[in-house]
Design a protein around this ligand. Sequence first.
Ligand code: AGP
Length: 614
Amino acid sequence: MCGIIGYIGKKDAVPIIMRGLRRLEYRGYDSAGVSVLNHGCAIEMRKAVGVLDNLFSAVDKNPLAGPLGIGHTRWATHGVPSSENCHPHFDCTGNIMVVHNGIIENFKELKDELIKKGHRFSSETDTEITAHLIEEALSAGAADLEAAVRACIARIEGSYALGIFRKDEPHTLIGVRQGSPLVVGIGKDEYFISSDVSAIVESTRQIIYLDDGEIITMKTGGYHITDFKGNKVKGVVKKVTWDVEALDKAGFEKYMLKEIHEQPNIIRQNLRMRVTKDKKGVAFDDFTISDDVLKKISKIYIVSCGTAYYAGFTGKYLMEHFTSLPVEIDLASEFRYRKPKLLNENTLIIAVSQSGETADTLASVYEAKGKGCKVLAICNVVGSTLTRESDGTIYINAGPEISVASTKAYTGQLLSIYLFTIYLAKLKGEMTAAAAAALIKELEAVPNKMEKIMRGEQEIIEIAKKYCKAKSAFYLGRGFNYPNALEGALKNKEISYMHAEGYAAGEMKHGPIALIDENFPVVCIATKGSTYDKMISNMKEVEARKGRIIAISSNGDKNVPQIAETVISVPETAEEVSPLVNIMPLQLLAYYIAQYKGCDIDKPRNLAKSVTVE
Ligand code: AGP
């Protein structure tokens, strides 16, 4: 999964591209490159392996400039991170430059065919064959770059967002979208392409979200969009409303900490937007799945990945608690390989995804749509593929989430699921107005409780210091907080690289408790609720084996401090709403453990923000 960006206009492309690459860095940072057609109509290129700072140094050392250019940040899929494999890639003549996000699945056979025709390759990547296919098409008589690109994409299979230019057409930049995100920025006689709006929003707020199967040809005098057959397509220009400040760290050391701290206001804002005036219900302004359709739903599948999966897992507990509907959850990467049953027009697929570009989640949605299912997206990115493939979308409105570790998107997804559950339960006559009002009241109390926990951050910093050297840890929870325990473990392992395993507390005695000894911290979510007594017994089983318990406990609880080595107290909350509150200390604990371990918190090794490959 990578980030691409391109510019054509009257300004120097290089500063625009470099600033954009900084915004795209979260998408991949194995290597990066930039290429321009300079004012003398010669192609120049700089590449660097490793973090983006290395490319900035290369450009500072050996500046380049020109009004047309493309850039790329790489998360390696084919070919190790190396200078040769770093984009942009080019053809034999060096006159055709390409950047690519996605995977070309049939590149091997095409590469063999091209080698037989005498093409020489300089990399191991799948991307490079696109430049050679374009070269072949031009040599075979293609009228121009657009025609040659069309000929190239007729041969390739897979997912690709491409940015392309060539020396002999200095006034043309081409973008192609198929299975990987690509947005277009419309400026005053200047145009931008990017994998993500955040990379170009400082230059223009006028954005076109390309659809799969579309090519945009941008020239200094205008642009046109066509489908892969050459038919004209009318691109819809949308105005981006969120402000650029949202993209900065606002004084926090890391995006992750900023995004943790943003959560209370995101909850407040979404409750204000979605709770009805009488506070007895919920309304979604732009919801395009009708009540009639929802009333006919007899089964729900929630499909998603990673943190979004844990949000969906909590959703299963909530929806089955408040409605009579059977709700299954599935890892999106497993869903379509297990022949799920009852996929039909009365089944609702809820696809939870921050980016709306996760390949596994999209693949599950395509599979279910093919069987007639209705699809509801719970997503953070306007215009993302998932939202355009779904029958309806509930946007979590959390603003851009830059840190690879998902925090505000998790609680935003949870809140959207709470609100949708209230809406659906009331629609089905399974939740009274009074019950809805009570649940809404509990939700409205969450932001202040989150802020109280954050005010106690220093205590969590001390706890992180005490346990940051552990090799492994368990995270245990029950009921509504079982998925939360899984999410807490994921937060820790993905940013501090400490092995952390989330587990159902009641399951420990069936084997895993064999691992417990005095070197093994066990985080237990032990706040008040229907499974509290059982959780206390599970904690006693751990304590009896000298396990070191870090307990998340309700303020004033007298039992837990007698069993746990360390206690993090949180404000008491209705059990059903407690996941929103109890995740806060777990996010902060993971953050500060990672900080003590000196990890690159916003850009953890081996990870990318949005996994657009299966
Ligand atoms: C969570 O911290 C990770 N970054 C990862 O598990 C992520 O949640 C997963 O890849 C799903 O991404 P999505 O929400 O954009 O679909």
